[in-house]
Design a protein around this ligand. Structure first.
Ligand code: FE2
Length: 157
């Protein structure tokens, strides 16, 4: 928001790692899936490809390979083929910059000095995240069962 990004990119930044609560691997894909019915298509795209873009420097936006990735993945790490394929697809897509903005602004996620108050974002969420009238988990979308499981993980069968 401080960088003057569009509401859609701010929303994508807010939601981009929601998939990490499900799983770490491919959290971009799963995170995009769980919000797809409720957010603009560009938000879904940005979330879906942010993880792959994190592995590939882009000097045009001053994005460098994260130092922490050398520790996490090793000095000679080569992303898996499906990650490379996702990057190649996104890099040539008309919405590449949307995903790139999420990847570059993701650096704030790792800054312990950043203070975020969700109240600053409630207007954007209210405008751009369309909750179904039935409630998440009850609207019969493909992700219905995932939302219901997240809300009530130990529900009886
Ligand atoms: Fe992520």
């Amino acid at each position: 928001m401080k960088n003057g990004l569009s509401e859609e990119i701010v929303l994508a930044c807010l939601l981009h790692d929601a998939g990490q609560y499900l799983c770490r691997a491919d959290h971009d894909y799963w995170g995009a899936q769980i919000v797809e019915p409720y957010v603009p298509e560009r938000v879904t795209f940005a979330i879906k490809y942010h993880q792959a873009l994190r592995f590939y420097p882009d000097p045009s936006v001053n994005y460098e390979y994260p130092e922490g990735y050398y520790v996490t993945f090793g000095e000679d790490y080569v992303p898996l083929p499906h990650v490379r394929a996702a990057y190649d697809y996104a890099r040539n897509h008309k919405w590449y910059m949307d995903a790139s903005l999420v990847a570059t602004n993701d650096l704030y996620s790792f800054d312990p000095n950043v203070q975020v108050d969700i109240e600053e974002f409630t207007d954007i969420i209210g405008r751009d995240f369309k909750q179904p009238k039935e409630g998440l988990g009850n609207d019969n979308t493909p992700v219905t069962h995932m939302w219901r499981t997240m809300a009530i993980p130990d529900a009886p069968l």
